[in-house]
Design a protein. Structure first.
Lengths: 341, 341
DNA sequence: ACTGTCTTTCAAAGCGCTTTGGGTTGCCAG
DNA sequence: CTGGCAACCCAAAGCGCTTTGAAAGACAGT
C-alpha cells in the first residue's frame, strides 16, 4: 500500500492525503480524520526511502566507531553512550546509523557520509589531542557534536565532564588519607580525557609538594587486563603504591584482582579510586559502593548529546554550544588511610 | 555534484555514467575510465537516498535493542556482537541501523521497519522462550537471522553455541574435582540460552546421581552486582557451595568480589567456572586464564551472523540455514579440587 | 452582482538515482 | 549491397514521497 493507492481509495489527491498525514493545517479536520482512519486500517506507513529523497533529510544520525587494531577500548563505554543517545533518537524520530571503520579510514567514512547524504549529523566520541575529525567535519559542513573536547575547545559543539577537577578531587582525597605513593592507571595517552585526568592528578600532587612517580603512571586501553598487569607490576616493583587512581571501573576491577592475588584487602592494605561511568552492568552501588569513585553517567551523557545534536540539526546556524558536567566523588569501601609500615 | 551534472560535464548521458560507475558491461572500457576519473576528481558520490529509492533496496540491516526497564542486560554482550557484525556490514556495503525500543514496542518497531522499508533484513539477539519476534518476522516476510534459537528451532535461520553441551562439560569438570554443592548463577530465566545452560547443568548432575540444590540456583540480568549478591547470599547461607558456575564473566567477577570479601581464594577455597564471551575489554587470558571458562567469541559470532544474514538477503529463497558452534573449556586458575572440610 | 479573501483540494513538478527499451554505428557474413 | 549482430550509448520512465502553484468553492463586504 503506497500513498497513491491510499489516495485513490479515499478519492482524494496524494497532496491532500500527504498533508493530512503530516499534520499540515490546510486540510479540513473531517478529511484528516477520514484519512488517518483509512491509513491506520490499511496499515499504511510512508516509504522512508521515498520520503528521505523528497525531503532531502536523512532523519539519521551517524556514529562512527573506529576499530583500532587491538583495543576497541571505547567498547564498554561506547555501548552505554549509544543506548542513551538511541533513546533520544527513537523519541525524536531519528535513526541511528552505526558505522564501523578501520582506524585509518575515518576520514574517508566521514567524507562518504557527507557526500552521499546518508546522515544529517554526526556524533564524535573520545576525541584525541588535536583530533583531525573536528577540522574535517567543520570543513564538510555537517552538524556534529563531540562527546569530550580537545584543543582550545572553541568553535564547535561539545559536552564533556570536568575531568581535571574530578581527578584533582580524587587525588586530594587520597592525599588527605595520607597517601603519597599514588599510582595513576589511565587510558591511552592520545585521548584528551586521559591528558586532562593526568593534569588534574599532577596539579593536586603539586599543590601539596608531592612529586609524581613516573613508574607509577601507566597509559593504555582501559581493559581489565591492563589494570591487572600494571597493578601487578607496580605492586611487585620497588616503591609500590599505597593507592591507585584508575580511569575506569574496568581497570579498577583488574587492580582489585592483582590485589587479591597478593592477599591485599582494598580499603585496608590498599586504596583504589576509579572513575565510574555508571555502566549498567557494573553497578558500583550494591551493598554500599564498592569503589570510591568519581561518577558520571555515560548514558545520561549520551542522552544529552543526542538532544544537543538534534537541536543543532534543526537549527544549524546557532552559535556553538558547550556543556561541562561536574562530577561527584562517592566514597566507597575501597579507600582508607595510608597504612603505616 | 550529482549524476546529471557529472554526465553533462562528461558529455554523456546519465545512463552511461551510471552504468560505468556501477560496473555494467555495456560501456567501453575507455569511457568507463574517463567516467571514473571524472567522478573521482569531482568527489562524486551517488546520493544514497536516491539510490535506495530507485533500487528498492535499503542496503541497511536493522538491529533492534529492547530496553527492558531495568537491566539492558544484553549491554556488554550486544556491544561486542555489534562490532563483529558491523565489520562485515562495512565490508559488504551495508549500513547498520540501530534501533532502541522500550520493551513492549518491539512488535511495533518491527512492523514499522518492514512497512517503511528502511531495512533489508533484521538481526535478532537473545531470543526468549517461544519468542514472538520470530513468528512476527516470518509473517512480515523480512529476512532475519537469530543469534541463539528457541523452541523447535526449525524453519528459520540461526546461529547458536552448544549451550547444553558447554554447561554439561563445565559441570562435569567440577564434579570430577569432587564438588557436589555447585551453584548455578545464570542469566534471566526467560532467555533460551539460560534454559539450555541450566539443562546442561542438570543433566550432568543427574548423570552422577547428584541432585541440584534449589537454593544454589539464581537467575537474573548478568551484572556484576547480581553475581556479587547471589554469591554473598549463598556463601553466607546454609549449605554453602564449594563451586560456582556462572553464565558470564561479569557475573564471575561479582562472585570473585564476594569471595574476596570473605577471604576466600579462588581455585583453593572456592571454584568458579564461567562462560566467557571473550569480550575485548575483559580478556581472560592475561597471566594465564584467570577463570576456568567455556569460551566462544561473541564478536566472531557477530561476524558470522552478519555474513549469514547478508547471504540470506541476497538470496531469500534458500532453505533455512543453521549453525551450531561447539564451545571450548579452558582451564584457568579459578578452579581446584573440592576442599575437604 | 462583483470583487476580495479564506479554505480546501488538486495536478504536476521535482528529489537523484536505476533501468527499460530502444537507437546508432561499425563490422562481418552472405 | 544487404541483413544481422555486437558494441555503445541515450531518452525517458519510473521509485514513492513532498511541495509548489493554482483552481475551485464558500462566504462576506460593497
Amino acid at each position: 500500500m503506497n500513498l497513491k493507492e491510499l489516495a485513490a481509495a479515499l478519492n482524494l489527491s496524494q497532496t491532500t492525503v500527504s498533508r493530512a498525514l503530516n499534520g499540515y493545517p490546510e486540510v479540513r479536520e473531517e478529511t484528516r480524520a477520514r484519512v488517518l482512519a483509512a491509513a491506520k486500517a490499511a496499515h499504511y506507513a510512508p516509504n522512508s526511502r521515498a520520503r528521505r529523497l523528497a525531503t532531502g533529510r536523512a532523519m539519521t544520525i551517524g556514529h562512527v566507531i573506529p576499530l583500532t587494531g587491538r583495543a576497541e577500548m571505547v567498547n564498554p563505554i561506547f555501548a552505554d553512550f549509544l543506548i542513551g543517545a538511541g533513546e533520544v533518537y527513537a523519541r525524536e524520530g531519528y535513526d541511528l546509523l552505526l558505522s564501523m571503520v578501520t582506524d585509518g579510514d575515518t576520514d574517508k567514512a566521514f567524507r562518504q557520509l557527507a557526500a552521499n547524504g546518508s546522515v544529517d549529523g554526526i556524533m564524535v566520541q573520545a576525541p584525541q589531542e588535536d583530533d583531525p575529525r573536528i577540522a574535517l567535519l567543520k570543513e564538510l559542513d555537517l552538524p556534529f557534536l563531540v562527546h569530550g573536547r580537545t584543543g582550545d575547545a572553541l568553535g564547535y559543539n561539545w559536552l564533556d565532564i570536568a575531568n581535571i577537577r574530578a581527578f584533582r578531587r580524587a587525588t586530594d582525597f587520597l592525599l588527605d588519607l595520607g597517601h603519597t605513593r599514588i599510582a595513576l592507571v589511565n587510558g591511552q595517552a592520545r585521548f584528551d580525557f586521559s591528558q586532562r585526568r593526568e593534569r588534574g592528578f599532577r596539579e593536586a600532587l603539586a599543590a601539596r609538594g608531592v612529586s609524581p612517580l613516573p613508574h607509577l603512571m601507566a597509559n593504555d586501553a582501559m581493559t581489565e587486563s591492563f589494570g591487572y598487569l600494571s597493578a601487578a607490576a607496580m605492586l611487585d616493583g620497588p616503591e609500590p603504591p599505597t593507592a591507585f587512581l584508575a580511569s575506569s571501573v574496568i581497570i579498577a576491577i583488574g587492580i582489585r584482582r592483582a590485589a587479591a592475588d597478593r592477599g591485599l584487602r582494598l580499603g585496608r592494605d590498599l586504596s583504589v579510586i576509579c572513575h565510574d561511568d555508571e555502566l549498567s552492568y557494573l553497578n558500583n552501588d550494591v551493598g554500599g559502593p564498592a569503589f570510591t569513585a568519581t561518577r558520571s553517567s555515560i548514558r545520561a551523557a549520551g542522552r544529552r548529546c543526542a538532544e544537543m545534536l538534534i537541536d543543532l540539526i534543526r537549527d544549524p546556524d546557532q552559535p556553538p554550544k558547550q556543556e561541562l558536567w561536574d562530577v561527584d566523588l562517592t566514597v566507597g569501601q575501597s579507600t582508607g588511610p595510608c597504612p603505616t609500615p
